[in-house]
Design a binder for this molecule. Sequence first.
Ligand code: ZN
Length: 289
Amino acid sequence: MIRLWLIALTLIAAVSPACAADRLNVVASFSILGDFVRNVGGDRINVTTLVGPNSDAHVYVPTPADAKKVADAKLVFVNGLGFEGWMQRLLKAAGGKASVVTTTTGIAPLRLGSDADPHAWQSVANAKIYVANIRDALVAAAPADAEAFKSNAGAYLADLDALDRELREAVAKIPEGRRKVISTHNAFGYFAAAYGVEFIAPLGVSTESEASARDIAGIITQIRAAKIPAVFLENITDPRLMGRISAETGARVGGTLYSDSLTGEKGDSPTYIAMVRHNIKALTSALSQ
Ligand SMILES: [Zn+2]
């Protein structure tokens, strides 16, 4: 009897790693995209995220370990629209064999000057396009798991529909004249276009450059003229700039908005849905009174 158990245990030990190895290895460039991919792939895939929680993808510097992760992956999911300026170099360093899936394909990009605004995920309608692109890429890469990917995506898309409705209802409760805020960098253009909240930011669409004294003076004039009620911090940028603007204008600090990155598991925005809910709660509580 004991011998049979031992044989059974040996068999299980031999089989389980093979199952894990059968799963599709994929990489996502940053935490929000990693969450989308995980929701569609479920337990059929192994997802590795390059730019982790509370980190800034605009200025990320890939490591040799990242090149190894990309080399081991069948698919690499990226945002595109100029978000991951470091990706081409990384793909080259990794040997260039992974298929790159640009998850914003099909989204009409907003423009700021000559640059595309990469933060398309801030509109939930766009998030649904990311999810559909991820589903199609996973189905093509692992047709045997197609049904699982389609059913996971269907359930998640329904959750996103509910989230979009929730957002619209929450914004509708903010008095119309108060739907305007200051955030650190210009990450909420798609959110503004979709939900009708105006955002003004001293930094551009990237965090790469610092705000000049003239930019800051301009923002301060705007806050006073438009009577903007609140300024917000972001989890990926230095809080001191907003602190200064708040002190000079009397606009209160309305909390932290999550723009380009999720928090870790223990933070208040470990998933995209939690992030959007956190942001809308912060906005409504700062702007409603
Ligand atoms: Zn950004």
